[in-house]
Ligand binder design. Structure first.
Ligand code: 5GP
Length: 206
C-alpha cells in the first residue's frame, strides 16, 4: 500500500519516555499528527475517550477485527490495541505525515503493509535506569514493575529490526534525534518529489 504522506512508527518498552518524546516532537512539528488507537484497556487518570485512545470493549474490538477495520492490532500487557484504517488512511492520502506510537508487534505488521514506513525504536540508556524510571512513577506495584522489566527485555530484543534507534539518556537530545529522523525522511528523493513537484517538473526530474 502506498500513500503520499510519510509514516513514522515509534516503539519502546514501558518507562522509556516514549509518550513524552512523541508529544514533544508533535509540539515542534505542526505537519505531524499522531494516530489515536483503539484499546480494550480502561482509561487511566485524566485520559479521555477520543484523545489518548478510543476505549472500547473486547467485543467491540473483536467486531472491528472481523470487519477488517485495523491495519494492525496486538495484545500488549493483557489488553488489545489496534490502529484503525480510519485513523490514518485519510491523512496519509492527503499527504500529511502520521506518527504511530505502538508496540513492536504492531510496528512490524505496519512495515509489512507499508515497506516505506520508518520504524524508530527508543531504548533506555541501561536496565538500571529503566528500573529506576519505572520505580519513580510511583503508581506501579513491585510485581507489575518486575513484569514490565521482563517484557522490556523481550521488547528490546526486537530493536534490531527497526530502521533507527534513539537512546533516551538525555530528553532534549532524544527529541533532537527524533526531529532529525523526521527531517531526513522528508528530504528523501521520493518525498521531495511528492512535496516539491513544481521544482522537480521545472528541472525535468522524473
Ligand atoms: P499503554 O496502555 O501504556 O498506553 O500502552 C501499552 C503499549 O501498547 C504501549 O507500548 C503502546 O505504544 C502500545 N500501543 C498503543 N496503541 C497501540 C496500537 O494501536 N497498536 C499496537 N500494536 N500497540 C499499541
Amino acid at each position: 500500500m502506498e500513500y503520499p504522506g510519510n509514516l513514522f512508527v515509534v516503539a519502546a518498552p514501558s518507562g522509556t519516555g516514549k509518550s513524552s518524546l512523541v508529544s514533544a516532537l508533535l509540539e515542534l512539528d505542526a505537519k505531524l499528527d499522531v494516530s489515536i488507537s483503539h484499546t480494550t484497556r480502561a482509561p487511566r487518570g485524566q485520559e479521555q475517550h477520543g484523545r489518548e485512545y478510543w476505549f472500547i470493549s473486547r467485543d467491540e474490538f473483536k467486531a472491528k477485527v472481523d470487519h477488517g477495520d485495523f491495519f494492525e492490532w496486538a495484545e500488549v500487557h493483557g489488553n488489545l490495541y489496534g490502529t484503525s484504517r480510519a485513523a490514518i488512511e485519510a491523512r496519509m492520502a492527503k499527504g500529511d505525515d502520521v506518527v504511530l506510537e505502538i508496540d513492536y508487534q504492531g510496528a512490524l505488521q505496519i512495515k509489512e503493509l507499508f515497506p516505506y514506513a520508518v520504524l524508530i525504536f527508543i531504548l533506555p540508556p541501561s536496565w538500571e535506569e529503566l528500573m529506576q524510571r519505572l520505580n519513580r512513577r510511583g503508581d506501579t506495584a513491585p510485581d507489575v514493575i518486575a513484569e514490565r522489566m521482563a517484557n522490556a527485555r523481550e521488547e528490546v530484543a526486537q530493536a534490531k529490526d527497526f530502521d533507527f534507534i534513539v537512546i533516551n539518556a538525555d530528553f532534549d537530545k532524544a527529541v533532537f534525534d527524533l526531529k532529525s529522523i523526521v527531517h531526513a525522511q522528508r528530504l528523501k528523493y521520493a518525498a521531495q518529489r511528492r512535496n516539491r513537484s513544481a521544482v522537480f517538473k521545472a528541472l525535468d526530474l522524473p
